[in-house]
Write a protein of this length. Structure first.
Length: 182
């Protein structure tokens, strides 16, 4: 199983990078499953709206709640996130790889994308995860220390994903040509 993660220092940087990566993978003729987060500034100068684009072709799901300009708590709408995760899980068997925009609090707590990541493992699909420092220890425990770190440069991430997809296809081709005795 091939799993990699990337971390970017600026707020929202990882979202932009992973969206670009997903577009590049699709332009190369592959079908990623997963999500790319799209943040939209608000006219009222409140916190941005957070949407995820379910890969490869949508829908776009609003995962933030409007709690008002002065709200300081978590704005994530857990029901909307789970809805997006359901779309991703349904598309996973026909996909070439999984891109998870963020291993966040829900994943740390054993929910969110964890089951989808596990299913991608079972399918032998390469997995790419956006990660922040706060959630890194739980992520490393979840993957058993097997994840590869890739610098937050879209071209490096795309190169890894394309290579991983090709490796997976080569292995599948060799297995399908192997004749096992009955």
């Amino acid at each position: 199983m091939q799993i990699a993660y990337t971390m970017a220092p600026g707020r929202g940087d990882i979202d932009l990078i992973l969206h670009q990566v997903a577009q590049s993978i699709m332009n190369a003729g592959h079908r990623p499953a997963g999500t790319a987060q799209i943040n939209t500034e608000r006219a009222d100068a409140g916190p941005c709206d957070m949407d995820v684009l379910v890969l490869p072709n949508g829908p776009r799901v609003r995962i933030s709640q409007d709690l008002g300009r002065e709200a300081r708590g978590c704005r994530l709408d857990p029901e909307a996130l789970e809805n997006a995760i359901g779309f991703v899980q349904a598309s996973l068997p026909e996909s070439d790889c999984l891109i998870v925009n963020k291993f966040g609090k829900h994943e740390v707590d054993g929910r969110g994308f964890r089951p989808v990541i596990a299913e991608a493992f079972a399918l032998g699909q390469p997995v790419l995860v956006g990660l922040n420092q706060l959630n890194a220890p739980a992520f490393f425990e979840f993957v058993g220390g097997t994840a590869r770190r890739i610098d937050p440069r879209a071209e490096d991430i795309v190169k890894w994903l394309l290579s991983s997809i090709d490796t997976r296809r080569d292995v599948a081709s060799r297995v399908s040509r192997t004749h096992l005795p009955v």
